[in-house]
Design a protein around this ligand. Sequence first.
Ligand SMILES: [Zn+2]
Length: 632
Amino acid sequence: MKKILLVAGCLSLLLFACNSRGGSKQKEEVKEPQSATEAVFDNNDYHTLSNANEVLGKHLALDIEVDFKQHSISGTATWDIEKQKAEADKFIVDTRALLIDSIKYGDGTKADFELGEADSILGAPLSISLKPETKQVKIFYRTTKSATALQWLEPAQTFGKKKPFLYTQSESIHARSWIPVQDGPGVRYTYNAKVKVPKGLMALMSAENPQTVSEEGIYEFKMNMPIPAYLMALAVGDIKFQAIDNRTGVYAEPEMLAKAHKEFEEVGAMVHKAEELYGPYRWGRYDILVLPSGFPIGGMENPKLTFCTPTILAGDKSLVNLIAHELAHNWSGNLVTNQTWNDFWLNEGFTIYFERRIMESMMGKDYADMLWEIGYQDLEAVVADLGKESEDTHLRLNLKGRNPDEGLTDIPYEKGGHLLRLIEQTVGRSKMDAFLTKYFNENAFKTMNTRDFTDYLNKNLLNEVTEWKAKVNINEWLYAPGIPRTCPRAGKLRFNKVDTATAQFLKGDMSFSQKTGKWSTFEWMHFLRKLSKTPLSPEQMKALDHTFQLTQTQNSEKADLWYLLALKSKYEPAYPAMEAFLMVTGREKFLQPLYKEMMATSEGATMARAIYKKARPNYHPLTQRVIDEIVK
Ligand SMILES: [Zn+2]
C-alpha cells in the first residue's frame, strides 16, 4: 500500500534539522527484548478474533450481488475448512457490521452460530458450531452502511458522471466488513467468486479478471494462489480495458483510459526490471486499475490488479514510482507477508527498497537518490511528529489494543527501507541481491515476523563477516526509537542544484528559471519543501506563480506543496484552485497537511470548515474519519 497517513504535519520545521538523529543513546547496544512471554513482543495477531490455528478456512467461494440502490453487497461466503486441531468444534471468522442471515453446512443442513459482541476496533467474531464431519460452511450475509472497506460513489463522483462506482480497500482489517473471513495477514486461502452487478458495469477483483463487459452483469473470478484477507478486492463501475503488452494492461473509466494507458506504457518493461532484480513475477497478469479521485491512498497492491489513485497521472510519467511500489509488493507483502501488523515494516520497508531499486534501474542512480532523499525527509518529519523517543518510531510496532491503521505512518516505510539500504551498503550490492532473491524464493506464500527475519538475515547474510552484524546493529532499528546514526543518506547531485536555485530565488534572482525545464517532480518537491520553511512575501509568491503557473499545475505532488506554501504565505490567488483540488482529491496524503495548515489559524479554520462541508461526501469513510479529527 502506498501510505494512508502522513503523520507529519509541519515539514517546514524539519527539513534541515540535524539534531533529530538520536542523541547520545546511539552507541548503546540495543538488545532484543528478552522476555518472549511479554505479550508486547510475542507473535500473536491481536487484530483477528478468528481461530485459524484451530480450524482454517482454506478456500472461499463467494457468490454475491452488488446493490447500488441499497449500498449493500449480499450473498454467500462458502468456506472449505480444515481442522488444525482434531478436537476443535467451532470455526470462527471475523466480521464487522455484517448482517448474518443464516448458515448451512455443506450438506445443506442448518448450522448453529453465534455472533459475538462487537469490539469497536476488531468487530464481532462469528462462531460457527462444527460437527465432526463438517468440511464446509455456507454463510448467508449482507453488508451494511457501516462497512469500512466500501466506498460507494454516486455518478457525480466519477469521471464519466453517468454511472455509479464501488471499490474496496481491505488493508489492514477492513476485509471483514464485506466478507466474513479469518482476517489476519498470517492466514492465507484461495478463492473463487461469482459477482452479479447492474448490467453495463464491469466487476474486477484481485484475481483473474475479465477484459470485456458481461451482458448479463455476471462475472466469475478465480485466485488459485493463497492470499491473506487484506488482499481481497472488488471494484465495480463503468470500466474499460486496454492492453500494454501481453501480460500487463490498464483498466479505467473510458474518460481516463487513454491518459492512463499513455502514463503506464512502460509498465511492461518495469515488470521485466523487477524480475531481473529478484526473480520471476509469480502472479500471471499484472494489470492496473485507475480509480476515481476519491480513492484514499496512493495505491493498493491487490494481486494481479493494482488499484491506484488518478493523482499519479501527471502526464509525463513522473509519478510512476508509485506503480513500481505496488509492483514490488508482489514480492514483498503478497509473496512474503508480514505475520502480524506489528511486523508491517517487513511489507513496506522491503517494498520501499525494492521500489527504489526498480526506479534506479529504469531512471539511473541520481534519480533514485532523489527518491531516497525525499524519503529521508519524510522520515525526519514523522520522527519529529511522533517524538524521537516514541515507541511508534520502532520498526517493530506494538499495536495491541489499537487500530492497526495507526501503524501506517512513514516509519515502517522509510525507516524500514533505509535499514535495507544500510544492509546493502554493509554487505555490498551483489550479496544483498542474492540474499533478497533467496529470501523471496524460500519464503514465498509464507508469512514472516520480525524475529524470524532477524534470524534468517543473520544466518543467510550477516554471520558471514564478523563486523557486519555490529555494523548493521539491527536491534537498534527494530526496538529503539528515532533514526539511528548509521542511517544512510543518498547522494544529492540533483538536489544540490535545486538548493542553489532556491538560494538564488530567495535573493530575488529569477535566472534559475531557465534551468527548471528538466526538473522532475522530485526536484519540484524538494524546491517547494525547502521554500516552505518560512512564509514568502506576496511578491515572491507572485513571481513563482507567474513564472511557473504553479496554481494551475496538473501535477498533484506539486499542487499539494504549492497550496501548502500558499496557505503559509497567505497567497489568496491560489485558494480557489486549492479548493477545487480538495473537492475532487480523496488521497489522504494530500488532504491532511492542507487541512492541518488551514486549521492553524482562525481564518484558515473558517475556510477549512466551509470547504470540508462540501468536500466530505466525496471522501472515503476512512478518510472522513481522519479529517473529522482535524477539522472540528
Ligand atoms: Zn506499500
